[in-house]
Design a binder for this molecule. Structure first.
Ligand code: NAP
Length: 292
């Protein structure tokens, strides 16, 4: 079993990005700038945004967090999105999800300029990604593909089972791995909460991407020997530690790892790859490398 070390892989990619940024600055250009809008006080969202700020600093980007109270109106948030769309100093920005229930997330995402949509959630970017055209690919699927690529994992002709069909993970990773590309060229099955007998699919899988948010859902008896397992799940499980919780993935690691050829840990797998992929998108936005 080989551990797919997202932390080390992301650190190596971040160092490459930092070197590129210093070259940009040396040639008289400004540092890439990422802004995050954070609405409300959700603990996990605050942690994610803090980690993104830290990663920006490590890569030589400038960044800013626009903090808005939980009772912010949709109209006020849309005004902020319009302001960032128009600000030439902002190369890319994200609206940290989830938003409070009274705000329509789709309306907010659709208001973002697709050329600044470094989360890759705007329908224009999603549509372009599905068509295999140049786009911002959302950070988690982009990070998973980069991790498989970094370890030289053969995907061509493999059966990949994706557990979960969300717009931010399941659907886009299923699409990317089915495309004519490397990594890609997989035969993909998507499972979700209405799938009957999920184990009958996972036992046939060469590659499993688990993105359910159900702690330790994938057990040892649900996989075949030699499987490649990517665990996207992050659930905070309360404990008596100082932090008050620890992170648990969607895979029962101790049971599944001995049967796997490659497997990601949680934490230290997909999480760091997600953040570094956001940096890659922001660098692309700052370099004006998008072809549309
Ligand atoms: P989501 O929007 O809640 O989607 C979960 C998906 O899993 C849905 O398609 C749901 O099916 C399916 N599902 C849930 N319980 C199931 C069950 N018991 N059996 C079969 N299918 C089930 O979640 P998400 O945003 O995709 O995130 C998934 C997990 O990844 C979460 O733990 C999240 O925290 C984590 N995550 C991690 C990163 C990272 O950087 N590492 C990034 C994003 C998300 P239905 O569609 O039928 O409801």
């Amino acid at each position: 079993m080989i551990l797919l070390d997202g932390k080390a892989t992301a650190a190596a990619i971040k160092a490459q990005i930092a070197a590129e940024v210093e070259q940009m600055v040396a040639s008289g250009r400004k540092r890439p700038h990422l802004t995050a809008i954070l609405v409300g006080e959700d603990g996990a969202s605050k942690t994610y945004v803090a980690n993104k700020e830290k990663a920006c600093a490590a890569a030589g980007f400038t960044s800013e967090v626009v903090r808005m109270p939980a009772d912010t109106t949709e109209e006020r948030l849309l005004q902020e999105v319009a302001r960032l769309n128009a600000d030439p100093d902002v190369d890319g920005f994200i609206v940290q999800l989830p938003l409070p229930g009274h705000i329509n997330e789709s309306r907010v995402i659709e208001a973002i300029d697709p050329r600044k949509d470094v989360d890759g959630f705007h329908p224009e970017n999603v549509g372009r990604m599905v068509l295999g055209l140049d786009s911002f690919v959302s950070a988690t699927p982009y990070g998973i593909v980069a991790l498989l690529d970094h370890y030289g994992i053969e995907t061509k002709g493999k059966h990949c089972v994706v557990l979960g069909r969300s717009n931010i993970v399941g659907r886009p990773i299923a699409n990317l791995l089915s495309q004519k590309a490397q990594p890609g060229d997989c035969t993909v099955t998507i499972c979700h909460s209405r799938t009957k007998d999920i184990a009958s699919y996972t036992r046939e899988a060469d590659i499993i991407i688990a993105a359910l948010g159900v702690p330790e859902f994938l057990k040892g008896d649900m996989v075949k020997d030699g499987v490649v397992v990517v665990d996207v799940g992050i659930t905070r499980v309360a404990d008596s530690s100082e932090k008050g919780y620890h992170l648990v993935g969607d895979v029962a690691f101790d049971e599944v790892a001995p049967k796997s050829s490659y497997i990601t840990p949680v934490p230290g797998g997909v999480g760091p790859m997600t953040i570094v992929s956001l940096l890659k998108n922001t660098l692309k936005a700052a370099s004006k490398l998008l072809s549309y």
